[in-house]
Design a protein around this ligand. Sequence first.
Ligand SMILES: O=C(O)CCC(=O)C(=O)O
Ligand SMILES: [Fe+2]
Length: 297
Amino acid sequence: MFTNEQVDRFHKDGFLVVPHFLSQATSQRLLKISHEYLEQIDLSNHPLTRFTTSDKDHLGDEYFLNSSDNISFFFEPDAFADVDGHHKLVKPKERAINKFGHGLHLCDANFAAVTSGNADVSEIAKGLGFQRPRALQSMVLCKQPEIGGAVPPHQDSVFLYTDPLSAIGFWIPLEDATRENGCLSFAPGSHHDHPVTKRFVRRFDKETGEQLDGTEFISLENREQIEKGFAKEENQKWVSVECKAGDLVLIHGSVLHKSEVNSSNKSRFAYAFHLIEDTAVYDKLNWLQSSVKSILY
Ligand SMILES: O=C(O)CCC(=O)C(=O)O
Ligand SMILES: [Fe+2]
């Protein structure tokens, strides 16, 4: 049961924890399957694409851009080191992956069953006002022991832009998420006073419209107008949200959130997927272009 009180709290804070969303058996099964995926990676023809989130150095190679409908693996930058003058993978592959996706909900029956095939997800989507919810992407975020990198403050609608904005994240830890292993932190209410002013897009030639290599951030047209009365990111108050395996954390597309490095010796696997409103405009500038539509109802 998704109550009106939960809906109100989500709209007030921009995030909400729904305890015990998945049974222990289900979250443990997804964790086991996630480890099996990592053990089965074939490195012989893998481009070793790393996942980085810094503004300067955002990834956008073919492997990343083609990951919407399949299961692609992205490395943790710190899994590599210079050895005898060569940049080499220095961690076993199952300890080296930052995340994999973005089509788990399309390719794997177990992940599909907790995403588009899940009546509880549909009930929450209805409660949040979705007309025609579409599962757009899904991934397992590994946050590996010792090298699991920080995710800097961001808003998901920058990366999953629709007009009007509609993205909502469903983030489910498959292991307990603590301050030590890099749980999520939120700036409560920031979706009200820190609007989205940029988008992460594929690069296009402005004159010819031809698609170029890579990705970039572009400002929204009305950026200056939007930024009036804007609360600065550095003035936000952050709260850490520790939670248990199988809990659900709902993330508003405009709320600022982040996670710190994992400096502990425990991993912090989480399954995350995002819903968008299919009646909103999703244009070809978006980095993620999927040929398959996974509509919940
Ligand atoms: O798992 C993390 O540390 C970040 C996840 C996140 O930002 C998201 O799923 O939107
Ligand atoms: Fe996010």
